[in-house]
Design a protein. Structure first.
Length: 96
């Protein structure tokens, strides 16, 4: 994904530059960045979209963990084989 650069400052028309900058900030700040394979959870609270798995992740304790959402993600309804996996036991969320 290519990154969009802010508009260059113009001394001749600063009011137009300010409008362009406002438009740019509205576009780029409204998006959640996509998680890349090279991303590291070096500090807590980094929110990214994991496109490979189709959900949001947040960095906690030097790892990225899934953010549970009310819509969109379906959780397994039977006990998963792996440990630390969240699953839905009749409406009660449990961790295996």
């Amino acid at each position: 994904m290519s990154k969009e650069l802010p508009p260059p400052y113009s001394r001749e028309t600063p009011h137009l530059w300010a409008e362009d900058l406002n438009d740019y900030l509205a576009r780029v700040r409204a998006l959640i960045s996509q998680k890349q394979a090279s991303d590291v959870a070096a500090e807590n609270g980094i929110l990214l979209y994991d496109a490979a798995n189709g959900y949001l992740v947040v960095s906690v304790g030097n790892e990225f963990v899934q953010v549970l959402m009310a819509k969109g993600n379906s959780l397994p309804t039977s006990l998963p084989s792996g440990s630390g996996v969240i699953w839905n036991d009749g409406g009660t969320l449990k961790v295996s």
